[in-house]
Design a protein around this ligand. Structure first.
Ligand SMILES: *Cc1c(COP(=O)(O)O)cnc(C)c1O
Length: 385
């Protein structure tokens, strides 16, 4: 396929990055499970020398991801965290990074517990009010790191407004687009310099691998990231690249169904009087609803809600048959989790309280099962409370 942004996202999901295998014509990208490549003479080769540097299966995935995000370059990593960590390795001691205060816990952890030790400085601010970004910038600020929506309270940041502030000061802006996937949100079009994904989630979509990627249209930035990718070596293996490519082919079909199911579950939750609060950008009362409508093509399929007490949360969760109690998100199966005990246990209790993550707070990752079965399952849970 011509690498052309004018194709629709579904077409790009199926064809992006795919070149029929030159030696056999294989339609599916082969798994090049090899570490090294024969050279005709020293230095004379077909563009591949060693698989940390480049691998054909990985290259196909990188091209596919670039196509999906409307960017020129994709750089794949071993995990979402490996992507963020590799990006952070572009900076030097004394550099300052401004970051959303409600970012993925692992992002906070790698910044605070590892890169702080290397002399990098961080400010964690509520970026859903862009005035807070402006106030946090210093002459040393090199990167603005956003997540929208955030996890698990689904706060929305105006990406275009944030990008405008960053651009006016010559600061790089990166967006973790994991929760939306390229199907619903295109941060590069909103002014971001780079987009990052935990491909573990919606992009691969089947809860069967861990992976990550960064996409950019900036050739200089891509070159630096390729350098870190090869030098530091946090690369994904060919098998995981193949599985991610396979998952991508149905991204648009899955996202459509994920979201439709989520909308119905939101309506269900709204009708339950034991639900004290719902966190869902598709809720017209969500403070970020209008910005979400402006900058994204949908609301995604993550919904959090509060049933006030741990006892209720436990009773509800223990009755479910289809929703599985598990961390992670974005797979075909519906998952339910308790952030205070599970994904966000490492966030200090006072920070959790400030963010509204109470002991009755529950997060859903809504899958692609039949909606009637999902609703019946939740009904069963609510009967227990
Ligand atoms: C899961 C996740 C990550 C980390 O990705 P891994 O693939 O688990 O390393 C980063 N950001 C967000 C928003 C995530 O959901």
């Amino acid at each position: 396929m011509k690498k052309d942004k004018s194709y629709g996202l579904g077409t790009r999901a199926v064809h992006g990055g795919v070149e029929f295998d030159p030696s056999t014509g294989a339609v599916m990208t082969p798994i090049y499970q090899t570490s090294t490549y024969a050279q005709e003479a020293p230095g004379v080769h077909k563009g591949f020398e060693y698989s940390r540097t480049a691998n054909p299966t990985r290259q196909a995935l990188e091209a596919s991801l670039a196509s999906l995000e409307g960017g020129k370059f994709g750089i794949a990593f071993a995990s979402g965290m490996a992507s963020i960590s590799s990006l952070t390795q572009l900076f030097s001691s004394g550099d300052h990074i401004v970051c959303s205060d409600d970012v993925y816990g692992g992002t906070f952890r790698v910044f605070d517990k590892i890169y702080r030790n290397f002399g990098l400085k961080f400010s964690f601010v509520d970026t859903s009010d862009v005035k807070n970004i402006e106030a946090a910038l210093t002459p040393d600020t090199k990167l603005l790191w956003l997540e929208s929506p955030t996890n698990p309270t689904l706060k929305i940041t105006d990406i275009a407004a944030a990008a405008k502030i960053a651009k006016s000061r010559g600061i790089m802006i990166g967006v973790d687009n994991t929760f939306m996937s390229p199907y619903f949100q295109s941060p590069l079009d909103l002014g971001a310099d780079l987009v990052m994904h935990s491909t573990t989630k919606y992009i691969a979509g089947h809860s069967d691998l861990v992976g990550g990627a960064i996409i950019t249209s900036d050739a200089q930035l891509a070159e630096k990231l390729h350098f870190v990718q090869n030098a530091a070596g946090a690369v994904p293996g060919p098998m995981d690249c193949f599985l991610t490519l396979r998952g991508i082919k149905t991204l648009h079909l899955r996202m459509e169904r994920h979201e439709r199911n989520a909308g119905k579950i939101f309506e269900f939750l709204k009708s339950r009087k034991t639900v004290k609060k719902i966190y869902y950008p598709g809720d017209p009362n969500h403070p970020g609803h209008d910005i979400q409508k402006k900058q994204a093509r949908g609301f995604g399929a993550m919904i959090s809600f509060d049933v006030e007490t741990l006892d209720r949360a436990n009773k509800l969760m223990s009755r479910l048959e289809i929703f599985t109690i598990a961390e992670s998100l974005g797979g075909v199966e519906s998952l339910i989790e308790h952030p205070a005990i599970m994904t966000h246990a490492s966030v200090p209790p006072e920070n959790r309280a400030a963010l509204g993550i109470t002991d009755g707070f529950i997060r859903l990752s809504i899958g692609v099962e039949d909606i009637d079965d999902l609703l019946e399952d939740l009904e069963r849970g609510f009967e227990a409370i």
